[in-house]
Design a protein around this ligand. Structure first.
Ligand SMILES: [Zn+2]
Length: 309
């Protein structure tokens, strides 16, 4: 699964190459890629035709493109670089991209050969010579069109209204996150992966941030103090921003790409995937434990398990 930094790289690429363009034609080449659009492929294609793509947006690992049909207020919302609050725009439409395990959004020259796993093609009504392609080998991903949450400045698709803001979002509320941590009877890694509390933190980034914060993944959140929460959030943001800084160099090309591997980040990992390798802080071998059908990597010395209660 792509994690937040990879999705942000795709968002920037879409913003650079697709935002502001008007859809001319949509070709759905595989019904599975459109299955979340319950009205079907023909409806998806008909409704998108003639709409203009707005600023690409992201919350956690969710990525969407607001679309507008014209009119001065709608036009200005579509053109905005930062969230535009236009009183007359109360709700609209957005294309939600589900990248799944292997989904890719590619901006390709129109005459480039079709990819083997090309699922959806979107052509634009301009002479830029490129088109947007959704390519997905395993077809767990897809595109769908949704109403946006009424009055929402981010033009959030209604189906992801329950997804919390991510820690890189300037509007993320640290104090509210701390209060929610204290209220929940949960443990810290479960909380970090709970998309209704904080979005965009996957297994890799959770392990990395916990290692930096010297926190065991099973530590109960009810014990957290404000400074501890603040320190943890700081590490989460550092890990993500470092990944973005490394991955962010590849977006400014014609090839907008995401795939399941975060290879560019692997070499700088401190905990995740490093079983039996020495902790970079104390030299103790990193351990791996099964955790909710996944794994947790941690240093048994730096990250002491909580005492049984
Ligand atoms: Zn250690």
């Amino acid at each position: 699964m792509p994690e937040l930094p990879e999705v942000e790289v795709v968002r920037r690429g879409l913003d650079r190459w697709v935002s502001g363009r008007t859809v001319d034609a949509v070709e759905v080449r595989h019904p599975r890629a459109i299955r979340r659009h319950t009205a079907g492929a023909a409806d998806f294609a008909d409704r998108l035709k003639g709409l203009r793509i707005g600023t690409a947006r992201r919350r956690g690992k969710y990525l969407w493109l607001p679309v507008t049909g014209g009119g001065p207020a709608a036009q200005s919302a579509a053109e905005g670089i930062t969230p535009v609050i236009t009183p007359s725009v109360t709700h609209g439409l957005a294309v939600l991209a589900h990248l799944g395990m292997s989904g890719q959004l590619l901006v390709q020259p129109q005459d480039a050969p079709d990819e083997k796993h090309l699922r959806i093609r979107i052509r634009f009504a301009d002479d830029l010579g490129t088109e947007l392609r959704f390519v997905d080998q395993r077809t767990f991903g897809g595109l769908s069109l949704h109403d946006t949450v009424p009055g929402d400045a981010d033009l959030l698709p209604d189906v992801i209204a329950h997804i919390a803001r991510d820690p890189l979002d300037p509007a993320f509320d640290d104090a509210a996150f701390h209060d929610a941590l204290r209220r929940r009877r949960t443990t810290v890694k479960r909380a970090l992966l709970d998309q209704s509390l904080i979005s965009g933190v996957g297994n890799i980034y959770a392990d990395e941030a916990l290692w930096r914060a010297r926190l065991h993944y099973e530590r109960p959140t009810v014990t957290f103090t404000r400074p501890r929460t603040a320190e943890l959030l700081g590490h989460v943001r550092d890990v993500m921003n470092e990944a973005l800084a490394v991955g962010g160099t590849s977006f400014d090309s014609l090839y907008v790409n995401v795939n399941g591997e975060s290879g560019y980040f692997e070499r700088s990992l401190d905990a995740y995937g490093r079983e039996d390798e020495p902790c970079r802080r104390c030299g103790t071998p990193i351990r791996r434990r099964p955790w909710m059908n996944r794994s947790s990597y941690f240093c048994p010395r730096c990250q002491r398990p909580p005492r049984p209660r």
